[in-house]
Design a protein. Sequence first.
Length: 270
Amino acid sequence: MCDVCVMNAVKDKMMSRRSFFKASAAGAVAAAATGSLGTPAMAAGHGTVEDMTHTLHEDFPTYFGEPQFSREQVFNFAEHSFNLQRLTINEHTGTHIDAPLHFSADGTSVDEIPVSSLIAPLCVVDIAARAAEDADTQVTPDDLKAWIDANGDIPDGACVAMHSGWASKVDTDGFRNFDGDAQHYPGFHIEATQMLLETGAQSIAVDTLSLDHGISGDFATHYAWLPTGRFGIENIANLDKVPAAGATLVVGAPKHKGGTGGPARIFAMV
């Protein structure tokens, strides 16, 4: 076949593909306009999606007070026609998962967490008013009982999240709230943690730096919860934008072999 014939054949195929994609896009717009476009999960009763993840950056506050995230531009578009960065990250930085292995000798690593546990009914326990007055307050069994009285039993597979209002402090010194001797922010009381161990909940989440409150010296909640094969989420965002019950949490967990946790993209379908 001559060169001109080949070029014309390729051109005809490209035009045909363009027409196909234009028609597909028009169909998608029409479906959206009539309300027929959506994921199966949305069709099952969810109407919106909330991002529950803080943006990770070099100055994101950390438990130890030192930077735990950095990035280096390895390739850039001006010189190489594409962009690529090299990241250096502590596993427990930003909005992240604590895998069972984090606080046990041979627990489940982050890549071994069953995917079925990463999609969970979300139960939000609101202690924000109390936390505004007392940074050292904790989620207690009474808080859990109040949630159950208002919303029913904690569902199997649930993620029980503490909403303390701390997420609004994330870019300030008040998030770590270090007084020179200890950090001060809310967490789960060990008695509440033990109560949750009697339910089918598979994860707990906090909008602070630790599952334990900041002044904890023994990490009682970490040691009680994680070795049972359940996992935790720290630095979750936007709990004020989701209901106490009824939302579905989707946890985009990292999957590196032997990981004790890692930054995660988390969202809630409401």
